[in-house]
Design a protein around this ligand. Structure first.
Ligand code: ZN
Length: 355
């Protein structure tokens, strides 16, 4: 099972939590912006761990998650004198852990790596599950492998320098874990606005959310069954996300997933899986925390075309992961296309969602 430590101040104490002496070399991979924001913290980490400062800074942005950047990393590691007993620390969001994990797993047939996710989204999602990848041409995450880091350190202190929209983006995945696995966590999330949780409360929420995701992954490392539940909100969410990126009002990943969960909960009601009352509770939490500023250019027809494209990739049907009650979900559900179209259409006509 993946090793994870979630605690306020855990990055500052990392040298007490992990035995760095077993390694010949250490380097930290991050992006240029984070290297600047956390210059002091990074320097004192190296001093405490007893290694010379070796930082690899990548350009900031998903478009740089490619093979050229991986080559840069490999080159740097060779220039630092890395051998098979060296360690790479990935410090950043999902882009850094995806690319850094891949670079480490392939360098000299694989070296150990640690993940220190700094965005809330990466803390509760990307850094768990052992997924590493780079984009290949136009294919998102086209090349990569499943491999676990030696340790994942989650320090909620990093969320304090995030923009509100970024925090809300991470909360969508937390809410997803609550809806599909844990009613108690759902009730806690429904008790007040996401942005009003204290750092201490947030730490408990992150810890619980990670535990739920890791339990699902542990049962299903290669994504055959149980792990499919984690796709809740992502079938329609990805379609909205992709379309919004072509407009001036792009949605964050979390906003798109929140919208996806809202609509997919309605689908679950339509096919007789979820009670209307539970669906309303889910909608309330989502609408209380998120505003969906969609560009008018996004049309139901385009969304349905995108879903069809998705379907072609995976075979005959779209299999949905949907909630059955709050805290429990099922996968491989079929929903008639006409129902999907009606639900999306209905939402598009709720004019408060479109600006
Ligand atoms: Zn997601």
């Amino acid at each position: 099972m993946q090793k994870l430590h979630c605690e306020i101040g855990s990055f500052a104490n990392l040298s007490k939590l992990f035995d760095f002496k077993a390694y010949s070399q250490l380097a930290l991979l991050t992006n240029v912006s984070l290297a600047k924001i956390y210059e002091f913290e990074i320097k004192s980490f190296f001093a405490q761990a007893g290694f010379a400062l070796q930082i690899i800074e990548l350009a900031d942005g998903e478009e740089f998650k490619n093979l050229e950047q991986v080559q840069e990393v490999w080159q740097k590691l060779f220039s630092f004198g890395f051998d098979r007993h060296s360690l790479l620390l990935n410090f950043g969001g999902g882009m850094i852990s995806d690319l850094g994990g891949f670079a480490a797993a392939t360098f000299m047939r694989g070296i150990d790596f640690i993940n220190v996710p700094t965005s809330l989204l990466a803390q509760v999602d990307a850094s768990l599950g052992g997924k590493t990848a780079i984009n290949f041409g136009k294919i998102k995450n086209g090349i990569g492998l499943f491999i676990n880091p030696k340790l994942t350190i989650i320090d909620p202190i990093f969320t304090q320098s995030l923009a509100k929209r970024e925090i809300l983006s991470g909360f969508a995945e937390i809410l997803k874990h609550a809806i599909i696995f844990d009613q108690k966590l759902f009730n806690l999330l429904a008790s007040k606005s996401f942005l009003s949780f204290s750092l201490r409360e947030l730490t408990e929420i992150i810890d619980k959310s990670c535990f739920l995701k890791m339990k699902a992954i542990e049962q299903d490392f290669l994504e055959k069954n149980q792990r499919k539940l984690l796709n809740f909100g992502h079938t329609l969410g990805h379609a909205f996300e992709a379309l919004s990126l072509k407009t001036k009002q792009s949605l964050t990943h979390g906003e798109a997933v929140a919208l996806g969960m809202l609509l997919e909960s309605r689908l679950a009601v339509e096919i007789g899986l979820l009670k209307q009352a539970d669906c309303l509770k889910i909608e309330q939490v989502i609408k209380h925390n998120y505003v969906f500023d969609l560009d008018k250019k996004i049309q139901t027809a385009d969304l349905l075309t995108l879903l069809q494209f998705d379907k072609k990739k995976k075979g005959k049907n779209i299999y949905w992961s949907l909630p059955q009650t709050i805290g429990q979900a099922v996968f491989d559900q079929l929903v008639p296309e006409a129902v999907v179209e009606a639900i999306v259409n209905e939402f598009m006509l709720e004019d408060k969602n479109v600006v």
